[in-house]
Design a protein around this ligand. Structure first.
Ligand code: ATP
Length: 463
């Protein structure tokens, strides 16, 4: 990424054009929460719908579920989250600001690397905030940190209406558990046979120590995950792990992410959870370096075994042909919806001398097409444009926009900024020959298209 201000530009556009707003903004916000606006919700729903189509509808070996966010707390003990879902935290003894110790070490390492080369070291405001306390305006001293201590990320909630008799529960810290606890239910209620997967999308909550970088790290976010259950043997494990790596990378590339901006990063032994046999991240090249967008983990039988042990229920699977009984292994893919949105925005953000536009794949663009009458005060143009608009609303699976305000140039610029791939204009010629102009967002070229061919033309790009 060579645009140092890309994050700021994307945050500003997201606010200005109704993609993403700070959560509870009129009350001064709530750290680590974000609200999706009229464009953001369309963008997010399009992305989720594409994911679901690809993962559930286009496969024979995957079913979906939608489990509750609130779960019996024993599920979180079984999965190890109560004991070990932690990040190391350091606190400055002077200003009491808290930071993740691993982030602090990464920063110190980077400074050390730079200091061995010639030249002055420049720090961003965020990095200065991590290292320095302001004694008086303009005067700084180095922060004085406590030893790192582990901080549990699970968000607590209280269920029940009688004070003193409420039970403490957790909002789910990841969506995985809701799938594993339903393994038996899915096997018993459907015709699935191993190898098969269960897909789920939904909200997760974490008491992140340092939420930041816009929606990259928030305290409430969404995940889209698959748990793919296989026979417990090494060959199968490696085969499916490689399969899912390729499959998920291909999916991100199919959305139009530039290949140079996305890569795999295999986990080193020391960072892998003790139960994870293999682990890889898919990373995106953000303005602040390569960052995780999704994790692919070979989790062995860890989850099903633990839930079997803690619940006392049988989590084995019986092969109907061989009669073999075993606890399946699981290959997990776990992606952040919000991070995917942010990285797609980075990738699509484009500036030239004339305009700012989002080069989004039409399949995920919030608005599929916009319809304009050339002039907003000519009833005959408005009537025909409205007819086209209503027809496309009926036929196209996604939002169609209407705009009759201001001049055409301004309308185009507005649609460019929100990434609308096509603008359709009804002009006086349309009344004569039943054609309209279709303007392409990226090339800005206009072509005349017969009204009766419009739907097929758009559909070619949207399917
Ligand atoms: P990180 O190391 O960045 O904290 P993680 O390894 O804890 O992430 P996972 O538990 O593997 O993340 O979660 C799977 C995916 O969920 C991540 O790849 C990311 O896209 C998303 N995710 C995790 N935490 C957050 C968060 N706080 N805000 C937004 N998305 C998140």
């Amino acid at each position: 990424m060579n645009d140092n201000n890309l994050l700021e530009k994307v945050v500003a556009l997201a606010k200005r054009r109704g993609f993403i707003f700070p959560g509870s903004e009129i009350y001064g916000g709530l750290a680590g929460t974000w609200d999706y606006g009229p464009m953001g919700v369309e963008f997010k729903n399009n992305l989720k719908r594409l994911w679901w189509k690809d993962i559930v509808y286009h496969r024979d070996d995957m079913v979906g579920i939608d489990a509750a966010i609130m779960m019996n707390p024993k599920a979180w003990e079984a999965s190890g989250h109560v004991e070990a879902f932690t990040d190391p935290l350091v606190e400055c003894k002077v200003c009491h600001k808290r930071f993740r110790a691993d982030h602090m070490f990464e920063l110190l390492e980077a400074i050390h690397r730079k200091s061995t080369r010639a030249g002055a070291i420049s720090l961003t405001d965020k990095q200065k905030d991590m290292l320095l306390c302001e004694k008086k305006p303009g005067e700084h001293e180095l922060k004085d940190f406590t030893e790192p201590k582990n901080f549990n990320l699970l968000v607590k909630a209280y269920l029940g209406i009688i004070e003193g008799q409420q039970s403490e529960i957790f909002l789910r810290g990841e969506i995985t558990n809701g799938v594993h606890v339903n393994f038996r239910n899915v096997v018993d209620s459907t015709r699935v046979k191993i190898p098969f997967g269960i897909a789920q999308m939904g909200k997760a909550f974490r008491n992140e120590i340092t939420p930041g970088n816009f929606i990259y790290r928030s305290r409430e976010f969404e995940q889209m995950e698959t748990q793919f259950y296989i026979k417990p043997n090494d060959e199968e494990g490696e085969k499916w792990f490689e399969y899912w790596k390729k499959d998920r990378m291909d999916w991100y590339l199919s959305l139009g992410i530039k290949p140079d901006n996305i890569r795999f990063r295999d986990h080193e032994d020391k960072e892998r959870a003790h139960y994870a046999r293999l682990a890889t991240d898919i990373e995106y090249n953000t303005p602040w370096g390569w960052q995780e967008i999704m994790g692919i983990h070979h989790r062995g039988d860890w989850d099903l075994s633990r839930h079997g042990k803690f619940s006392g229920k049988n989590m084995t699977y019986k092969d109907s042909i061989t009669g073999e009984e075993f606890i399946p292994w699981d290959i997990e893919t776990s992606a952040g919806v919000d991070r995917s949105i942010l990285f797609l925005l980075f990738d699509a953000y484009t500036e030239d001398e004339k305009r700012v536009y989002l080069k989004l794949n039409p399949k995920i663009a919030p608005i599929k097409a916009a319809v304009f009458p050339l002039l907003g005060n000519k009833p005959e143009l408005i009537d025909l444009a409205k007819k086209i608009y209503r027809d496309l609303q009926e036929k196209i699976d996604g939002k169609i926009a209407w705009d009759d305000r201001g001049n055409i140039g301004k309308r185009y610029l507005y649609q460019d900024e929100i990434g609308t791939p096509f603008c359709i204009t009804v002009d006086f010629q349309s009344l004569e020959d039943q054609t309209v102009t279709v303007r392409d967002r990226d090339s800005m070229k206009q072509e005349r298209v017969k009204i009766e061919d419009l739907y097929l033309k758009l559909q070619k790009y949207l399917l």
